[in-house]
Design a protein around this ligand. Sequence first.
Ligand code: ADP
Ligand code: MG
Length: 321
Amino acid sequence: VNEFELIRRFFASQPVHRADVIAGIGDDAAIVRVPKDRELVVTTDTLVSGVHFFPDADAATLGHKVLAVNLSDLAAMGADPAWFTLSLTLPAPDTAWLDAFCAGLYALAREYDVQLIGGNTARGPLSLTVEAHGFVPPGAALRRGGARAGDAIYVTGTLGDAGMALAQRLQRIALLPAETAEVTRRLDRPSPRVRAGVAARGIASAAIDISDGLMADLGHLAEASGVGARIGLESLPLSPAYRAHRERLGWDVALTAGEDYELCFTVPPERVSALERAVAAFDCTVTRIGDITEQPGVRVLDARGARHRVAAAGYDHFQNS
Ligand code: ADP
Ligand code: MG
């Protein structure tokens, strides 16, 4: 297939059709209608072969993941997703690969009613970029910088499962088949916490998504807010698979491994009861893990209140090789 046939076959007809798309794929650019009473939230993320995923990674997994990581960023802002673009660089026009990629991509797009409105296609080393767009009421976006001393810190879902899956793949730990399936799904098909982010609007004082590990990302939130954080090891939400191997894994996989795509957010004391009511609209669990402090830095305390020293920080593309 040539470039134009490829675009027509895989991207020109796609399953989501929103009324606010005036012109989608097929012109030089897309035309969309932003509601009058909304702000537009924009984010982009790239996945590069050999950097973000193994070169033989499953195409359907990549289709899901490249959209999921962007929806996770929108979720962390409290935005309702609307549209996305896709820039694909492919070594060859492999139609079987594209069929699987689109199946993974469009299944998630349908789940969140987010429409593919354009993109770019080129030949080269495998690389995937999505730019996603969403809406928030004016001034209502969740920011990293809003946390204040005394706010409660929450995380959605469970932590460390994607890190466990990676450790298993690198043969650093041995898991039962059911455990492997559970944590691999978390690494390969992360669920963006869109409903949680939207429901936390007007309640959370700050939010971030956990892509580089809790320590690193909570550290970014605290720094942006000019505060610190104190969290309890025993409060960390762990999956049954993680708990079964906690002795071997220790706590640091849950604290520092990336790719969980959970949300971490803070809530002022006077809005904790509002949060407790709002979690009915979440499609995931939410756990209070600690408190914001005046003293900068993220401190981790064990069950006896002693300081837990974390071995490694989160992933940094220009530090870790
Ligand atoms: P131009 O050369 O004017 O940039 P292209 O030929 O690259 O246009 O693209 C034609 C149309 O196909 C545009 O609407 C563009 O947004 C869309 N498109 C190209 N590649 C993709 C892709 N990978 N996913 C979605 N839409 C795409
Ligand atoms: Mg053009």
